[in-house]
Design a protein around this ligand. Structure first.
Ligand code: PA5
Length: 423
């Protein structure tokens, strides 16, 4: 379902295979839960173990929300919103018209943003999904207090029917609040960390509210589990990708740019940045994950990639089938001199831009390129892609002897902020 190609990355089979023994041992550590961070590997078997009763409840709740609201507000930060947003934008695009509008809050302290969203909600029918594993994240708590007051003022006692909380099974401020107010709740499993949680109710409820087929998403996840559950580097593209990242970093490439030619995929790149950045960026190790959407960013970052300092490699995330293809129209006057494209599919034009850019960056820019090709922007592919990146990320971190599942560095800003806020 996913093709991975490293032939443009100046790597050879021998170098890749030199990692086989290490990969075999890291794979065993992941599977038998003996590696670093082994309390957080619930995602590995999740395609087999997820709670089917809760899954059915997610679908029912999503239908209830869809019938009640014009706007569905997802209140969460980091792993508690990026995956849902990535999925919804990938499959529905930036301006969906066949589902409630999904708005994301709880991921910023910006008073401008918060005030403008609250103002926008005034005359809308609103439902809210507040998502926090810890139940104490400040950005989320600030936004949720505003939302809760707004909902209670607008709907009175009925507000509780329009608010859903996704949080820890038993503990935390949000769990207590939800119990006290009678909100429907969904569980974030103890052994799945935030950035691996899009495949749990964290991601699934907002994705289902957007009208996306979450059964298909889980089928994609399950297919990936079966395809990628081998340590054999000749058969596992996720592990090959993990090894290529290590080889390219050894060759001096300390930054990886995930490149897509689909604006719908730009939030997938944000999600990927969190996954790899928070998992790998520790102990002064790791590759800096950054992203670009081409051809848009060829008109900004393209110059640096082509001729700037040779610090990065690119990972192309190519989509074979667009959601919609357009045929470029003929114009009898042809004053813009564009008739040479008349009758062509715009997806073909996009593909030619990708091919020309690959040649430019690789041949004269000497920028290594890894290529991940997905067939389409469907729910099944999204589920598959998530699992592909989870496996690659865990493996690439284990190859660096790093715990992929914690984020101790994130606490430092919080400590300072709390001191300054007088908490
Ligand atoms: O990956 C992570 O664990 C983090 O990015 C969290 O998702 C983020 O900090 C939000 O945490 P919480 O869900 O506890 O509010």
């Amino acid at each position: 379902m996913i093709r991975f190609d490293e032939t443009h990355a100046f790597l050879n089979e021998e170098e890749i295979n030199s990692y086989q023994a290490q990969v075999t041992s890291c794979h065993a550590a992941l599977m038998n839960k003996s590696g670093k961070g082994n309390d957080y590997v619930g995602w590995v078997e999740w395609p087999n173990t997820y709670d089917k009763e809760e899954f059915a409840r997610i679908k029912a709740c999503a239908e209830r929300m869809r019938a009640m609201c014009d706007v569905f507000v997802v209140c969460g930060i980091g792993g508690s919103y990026l995956g849902a947003r990535a999925a919804i934008e990938m499959m529905k695009g930036l301006y969906p018209q066949d589902c409630p509008e999904i708005i994301f809050m709880g991921n910023t302290f910006s008073s401008t943003y918060l005030a403008q969203v609250m103002n926008y909600l005034q005359d809308k029918e609103v439902c809210v999904n507040v998502i926090s594993k810890s139940g104490t994240t400040t950005e989320t708590a600030v936004a949720f207090r505003l939302l809760k007051q707004f909902m209670e003022k607008k709907y009175g006692e009925d507000a509780a029917k329009r608010i859903v909380a996704t949080t820890d099974r038993t503990k935390g401020t949000l769990k207590e609040l939800a119990l006290a107010k009678g909100y429907e709740t969904f569980v974030i499993p103890d052994d799945i960390g935030g950035r691996y949680s899009v495949i749990t109710p964290v991601g699934l409820l907002p994705i289902a509210v957007a009208g996306i087929d979450i059964d298909a998403l889980m089928q994609g996840l399950s297919s990936a589990y079966h395809d990628l559950n081998t340590a054999d580097l000749t058969k596992n593209p996720a592990y090959r990708y993990a090894v290529c990242r290590r080889l390219l970093q050894h060759a001096g490439k300390d930054a990886e740019m995930l490149v897509s030619y689909e604006p719908n995929m730009s939030m997938c790149a944000e999600w990927w940045k969190q996954l790899f950045g928070e998992s790998e960026g520790k102990e002064e190790k790791g590759i800096l994950p950054c992203s670009a959407t081409f051809s848009t960013d060829l008109h900004s970052l393209g110059q640096f990639i082509q001729e700037g300092k040779k610090v990065l490699f690119e990972t192309l995330l190519l989509v074979e089938q667009p959601l919609v293809d357009l045929v470029f129209p003929k114009d009898e006057e042809n004053r813009d001199a564009m008739n040479y494209l008349a009758g062509q599919s715009l997806n073909w034009v996009n593909q030619m831009a990708a091919q020309g850019t690959l040649e430019a960056h690789e041949e004269s820019g000497h920028v290594p390129n890894l290529i991940i090709t997905i067939p389409d922007m469907s729910a099944k592919t999204f589920g598959y892609l998530c699992y592909f990146f989870f496996r690659s990320c865990a493996m690439t971190c284990y190859l660096l002897d790093i715990n992929p599942f914690n984020q101790p560095g994130v606490e430092v800003y919080k400590k300072n902020m709390f001191r300054l806020l007088g908490k």
